[in-house]
Design a protein around this ligand. Sequence first.
Ligand code: UD1
Length: 385
Amino acid sequence: MGAPPRDLRPVLCIVGARPNYMKMAPLMRALGANPDVPPAVLVHTGQHYDPSMNARLFEDLQLPAPDLNLEVGSGSHAVQTAEIMRRFEPVLDAQQPSCVVIVGDVNSTLACSLVAAKKNVPVVHVEAGLRSFDRSMPEEINRVLTDQISDLLYTTERSAHANLAREGIDADKVHFVGNLMIDSLLGHKPRAVPVTRLLDDAGVRGSDQNAWQRYGVVTLHRPSNVDDLDVLRPLLRALRDASELLPLICPLHPRTRANIDRFGLSELITSPRILVFPPQGYLEMLGLMCAATAVMTDSGGIQEETTALGVPCLTLRENTERPITVDQGTNTLVGRDHESILGNLRDILSNGGKRGRVPELWDGHAGERIAAHLAGWLQRRYAPV
Ligand code: UD1
């Protein structure tokens, strides 16, 4: 493709929250390896800041330390989004990048894309076009708005193209590249930490570990599941009953932990068949998922990872923005209904559950495809006329 475009300004890559890192790490690597891409600069908004939600994952994923950290921290959606925008603007002015690359659907994604779009800096959205069609999810608002102001949209599954077309987005801007999340998963799977390490840490040692040869993994953090006592209590009751069928390992998001304590629900997760941990590193989570009999979650990323691993996943939501995990993968939407959760878990225990296939282009090479496409796009965009 010719000489490296040294005259091009840097590509400004943004991360803010935990699910961004497993996408940005392989992308930064692929951008760095492609001589036709200008240098990448990594900006962290600071949306997530706890070591367990942040620094530890950077290490696990071998993501370079951010060049800049905006240190916004927590706040209401309005405050967090506004604060990211306010702090990102001078960075954008100073860097004058050739484009801003944002991933996923967190508040940092929308905030930075808004600032860039208003300054006529091209916005590149990775994981575009996913839709849950549930506007009560903050992420859905972030997805719809970010896609509207993006100049280049990279998708993980083909259903995204129909969603974007319906919203009037020009098909020329949209490119199917596969799933960066799976680049990370396949790249790091050989380094996954075996579950016995976590059991050791929890004091389950020696022959006591036999009871954990089959186990389920639970993660819960959606505000719609954990912020309301009348939703969280029945959900935890269902999980407590599920633990009678299959012992459960639960790495708890700080939001969930805080709400369980605030609502006085700790006794629902106090059982020798439930092990509660703080948020885990990437390699621990990978180890946990690889060997799990079932995963129960409200996370978007875990729906994809379990599909790629072929592990049955029960999604504790009424909808998903990742329909391919249900249509082709191992995912089943079970909502929050007690019987639906228990019934589906019994199925998994009796017959192994849903068997799926790995979706198209979830092959570990999404980063390279994005880098190659972006290099050509930038060269065309900034070619002298
Ligand atoms: C954010 C994303 C969500 C993603 C999730 C993964 C948005 C709208 N949501 O949700 O899509 O699935 O990250 O974790 O961007 N907190 C800490 N330590 C931290 C970060 C947060 O204790 O490092 C606590 C704070 O009490 C904070 C709360 O978690 O108020 C929520 O954090 P926030 O970044 O607002 O959203 P998440 O729920 O993490």
